[in-house]
Design a protein around this ligand. Structure first.
Ligand code: PEP
Length: 247
């Protein structure tokens, strides 16, 4: 059975001193039985790389360029991320789709760049509240995943998929375990149609996961972990989620 993955998304939070305290506290409390990742702002990747070295915690980035190298001012390539020890990278987070107009095609290109550099892309997909209320959740998430499968067909089993209903991110509203499982199951079916290795793919849930709701979400058969925003900034909360993933 594959280990569950709990990935913290720090978003645009942190400072040298706060990062060190947070990483040290998580390291002190985390144990084996669950894969932990910390996706940190790019300026802090080197710092956190030094802090997590040898601990088994994956160093994660929050974005990557869709291009290999060259005249793309301000962007960071997958090879550069790999160079400083990045093991996984969020792509297509809804905040980037919303604030930076990232399309399904661009997200698929970013996943491809990550895979080419041996970085596990954590591909985020999810519907808005309006889309859920219109009954189009399945269509939306299938379309978003299809773009990634289309461009990355033969290595699709190397990705991590994060189902993050947009209406649950940072809002305190969580999908119920049944709502989340329903979507995860249809994503698993879509992956099965694309690869015989679909069961290798971790499909993690994100959206206001916290110490109180993690266990019931993680008990669902197709929920293989969590992508955790707000609660990843508090060591005690993050460690409670990690503990729920190990039990
Ligand atoms: C996220 O940023 O991916 C996320 C799930 O945030 P939160 O846990 O704060 O809803």
């Amino acid at each position: 059975m594959k280990q569950k993955l709990i990935a913290g998304n720090w978003k645009m939070n942190g400072s040298l001193s706060a990062n060190e305290a947070l990483v040290r506290a998580v390291q002190a409390g985390a144990a084996t039985g669950c894969q932990v990742a910390m996706c940190v702002p790019s300026v802090y990747l080197s710092q956190v790389q030094s802090l997590v070295a040898g601990s088994g915690i994956w160093l994660g980035a929050q974005d990557v360029s869709a291009h290999e190298q060259g005249a793309y001012t301000g962007e960071v390539s997958a090879a550069m991320l790999r160079d400083i020890g990045v093991r996984c990278c969020i792509v297509g987070h809804s905040e980037r789709r919303q604030h930076h107009s990232e399309s399904d095609a661009l997200v698929a290109m970013k996943a491809k760049q990550a895979l080419a550099a041996s970085i596990t892309p954590i591909v985020c997909i999810g519907e808005t509240l309006a889309e859920r209320e219109a009954g189009s959740t399945a269509d939306v998430v299938r379309r978003q995943l299809a773009a990634v499968i289309h461009l990355n067909g033969h290595c699709i089993s190397e990705i991590v998929l994060a189902y993050e209903p947009v209406w649950a991110i940072g809002t305190g509203k969580t999908a119920s375990p049944e709502q989340a499982q329903q979507v995860h199951a249809l994503l698993r079916a879509q992956l099965r149609a694309a690869t015989v290795q679909a069961d290798r793919v971790s499909i993690v849930y994100g959206g206001s996961m916290n110490a109180a709701n993690a266990a019931s979400l993680l008990a669902q058969p197709d929920i293989d972990g969590g992508l955790v925003g707000g609660a990843s900034l508090k060591a005690a909360d993050f460690l409670s989620i990690v503990a729920a993933a190990r039990s």
